[in-house]
Write a protein that binds this ligand. Structure first.
Ligand code: ADP
Ligand code: MG
Length: 433
């Protein structure tokens, strides 16, 4: 079989590892060929704290997808997230080549110069993306694509995404230990922007809020480009912990209660009912008012939205959100979350389904939890100027693949249990600092 340029996205979330293999159909739309996920518990707040567990989770998800679609995955575009990632605004100015018409190499020089302007700021960080916000060719400003424009000088502003080298190296290790090459790293809000918002919204001013397990990612797009991002260390798993405390149940039960009865807006409380809380661990079966569960969830979700609102007000962009708010991530699936967000922000709010990218395949693509991974495959084909676009590829195989390496994964996890406990303990302690 010939090697095909299929894009592979890998989102290593705090609760879920998700992988998607996609290609472009004849209409230029992304068509998902295979999709898989696995439970992830090697991360804390989007940061790797256990290499073995994380690479095992990646292996499981990859093996699933490879079997399902008879593919061998070589390289992946990996989402980057976590509070260690931050953004620096920079500017650049170059003389346009002698022909007087802006070409690719001018844009390249422009971006390299912007990157060089900040390169020596901090040796602990590495540059992930250099994203142009605006090109100004002589006196013509607000250009997003300056190729072909006539002029003598080009200047403009860029958005540079940087992350801590050590944290990024840990992600690389997990992916490489799972037998994959990293074709590109993409900051999660950049991927989200490719998955769930339309050009019109990008131009008018839109805020994306991804409520994941351990982190809430925020991105503000305006005038066609990313202008502001924020990663908050409070998210949907905190709701589960609040329920565990408030109802006095184990986290697993709390998660079940959230998924089955959860609502984020007390205004939606109808006639109250009692929820049966199963017995166990010294407790007998009992009941808990559903309305009180909503009070617990609303309080945390309200805190998340207020933090987002305050951050945006502080950034000076709040008044620019003319095209509303888009919610993604698992937290966006909670009943009442849209209503609560409307109340806090006083803006239009919708859920971000990565529907625009699908071409009617049988996979269930319409989940806001998959927005990131769908954005990753879109970014591989994106062709904008935001960094490395090496293809993350998958090749079809003709013979049947061996079964998923479940034993391998277990062996890795069980080797040196006592030592691993020490290491895990240290990593936990480190992560809590
Ligand atoms: N149907 C649902 N209703 C409410 N919360 C949900 C639902 N599905 C998932 N979640 C929550 O979303 C979070 C996981 O979201 P996800 O975007 O997959 O996180 P991550 O990318 O950080 O792994 C978990 O806290 C989970 O409880
Ligand atoms: Mg997610």
């Amino acid at each position: 079989m010939p090697e095909t340029n299929r894009a592979v996205g890998l989102d290593i979330g705090t609760t879920r590892v998700c992988i998607v293999v996609a290609e472009k159909d004849e209409f230029g739309k992304l068509k998902v060929i295979a999709k898989g996920s696995s439970h992830s518990d090697g991360l804390r707040r989007a940061t790797v704290v256990n290499i073995n567990k994380t690479s095992a989770a990646i292996k499981t998800a990859v093996a699933d997808v490879e079997r399902e679609a008879s593919l061998v995955i070589h390289g992946v575009n990996v989402a980057l997230s976590g509070a260690h990632v931050h953004c620096i605004e920079s500017s650049s100015e170059i003389s346009i080549n002698q022909s007087g018409i802006v070409n690719d190499s001018d844009v390249h020089r422009f971006l390299e110069k912007a990157r060089a302007n900040i390169q020596n700021l901090d040796v602990n960080h590495e540059v992930i993306h250099v994203i142009p916000q605006e090109f100004i060719v002589d006196d013509q400003g607000r250009l997003l694509d300056p190729i072909g424009m006539a002029g003598t000088t080009m200047r403009g502003t860029v958005y540079i995404v940087v992350g801590l080298k050590t944290r990024i190296r840990n992600i690389r290790q997990c992916v490489e230990r799972a037998g994959l090459k990293i074709g590109a790293l993409t900051f999660k809000p950049v991927a989200l922007g490719m998955a769930v918002i339309k050009e019109r919204e990008k131009n008018g001013g839109v805020m994306i809020i991804d409520i994941g397990g351990g982190t809430t990612e925020v991105a503000l797009y305006l005038r066609g480009a990313i202008q502001y991002t924020e990663v908050l260390n409070v998210a949907a798993n905190d709701i589960t912990l609040d329920i565990a405390h408030g109802v006095d149940v184990h986290e697993d039960v709390a998660e079940e209660l959230k998924l089955q009865y959860g609502c984020a807006d007390t205004r939606l409380n109808g006639k109250d009912e009692d929820i049966v809380i199963p017995g166990g661990e010294g407790h007998s079966q009992r009941t808990f008012p559903r309305s009180s569960l909503t009070v617990i969830i609303e309080a945390r979700m309200m805190e998340i939205f207020e933090l987002v609102r305050d951050a945006l007000i502080g950034s000076g962009y709040y008044e620019d959100i003319n095209a509303g708010v888009v919610l993604t991530g698992g937290g966006a699936l909670l009943t009442g979350v849209v209503e609560l967000a409307r109340l806090v922000f006083g803006l239009d709010v919708r859920i971000g389904y990565p529907e625009a990218l699908s071409a009617g395949s049988q996979c269930d693509l319409y989940d806001p939890m998959d927005a990131t991974v769908m954005g990753l495959v879109a970014h591989v084909y994106g062709g904008n100027y935001s960094g490395d676009h090496s293809f993350a590829t998958a090749r079809e195989v003709t013979k049947e693949l061996p079964p998923a390496p479940v034993e391998d994964v277990l062996v890795v996890q069980e080797q040196g249990v006592a030592w691993k406990k020490v290491v895990d303990g240290l990593q936990d302690w480190w992560a809590k600092l």
